[in-house]
Design a binder for this molecule. Sequence first.
Ligand code: ZN
Length: 291
Amino acid sequence: MDLIKIMEMFPDQEACIAYLERLRWQGSPECPHCESTHVKQRNESDTGRIGRYNCHGCRSTFKVTSGTIFHGTKIPLQKWFVAIGLMANAKKSLSSCQLARDLGLKQKAVWRMMMAIRAEMSKDNVLLQGIVEADETYIGGKRKKDYDKEAGEPRKRGRGTVKDAVIGAIERGGKVVAKLIPDITGKTILEFIKRFVKTEDSELYTDQYRGYNEVGKEMAHETMNRSEKWEADGIHTNTMEGFWSFVKRAWYGSHHHYSTGYTPLYLAEACYKYNYRETNMFDKFLRELWE
Ligand SMILES: [Zn+2]
């Protein structure tokens, strides 16, 4: 959904609320507290407040935005919709400074909006199947060799930033999942793979890092050897490596002051955008607000 279309479809708060109500209730509003449909919209047109309902079942009040990332926000929904649309369309990750200028809002407020949107994206549930590539990499920070691959954990040095270890798996012709991990030991890798890959129906391709040995006992597992002609048999992790370079380009381009602690949310955004690049991401995002 492009910006012009969003502005046309959602000229004001009323239009945004009407759209969310259609998505959530299909014309029959239901109380989120007691599931009663014995509800009535409050007439508050004189106060300018709209979209609030009284429930005759449990005597509470609610709005279509109750329980969503829009709950309690003072920022007009139209600006939220534009933010979602622009984030979904951006090839790289948008900077909050740029988006703040576009929306006419303060950078801090926009940064919080973007984090809320990313947190929503992180709820996406993915289970990979078939030929799956897995690989780890390091994101953020400044120094490169902070990880000791033999020990599977960060080198114990004095001060300085340590890069975050992240692991990812990608289904050939399918979706990707990537998460921050505390270390790159076999145990951690196995937990990740078991959670996001349907191991009994899949074959895992990785490099020869011994952290994958544990996984190899649980499922079909092939390792590639870069020194051999691995292209011929298709055993490689090029798809996963392509995703990592997409992630790194997207962030280092726009987040000059990469703040540690938010890696999971940045990863969630990158995965979501990759997984739904062929779909109407804006619509999908709004449809799943209540799930
Ligand atoms: Zn109720």
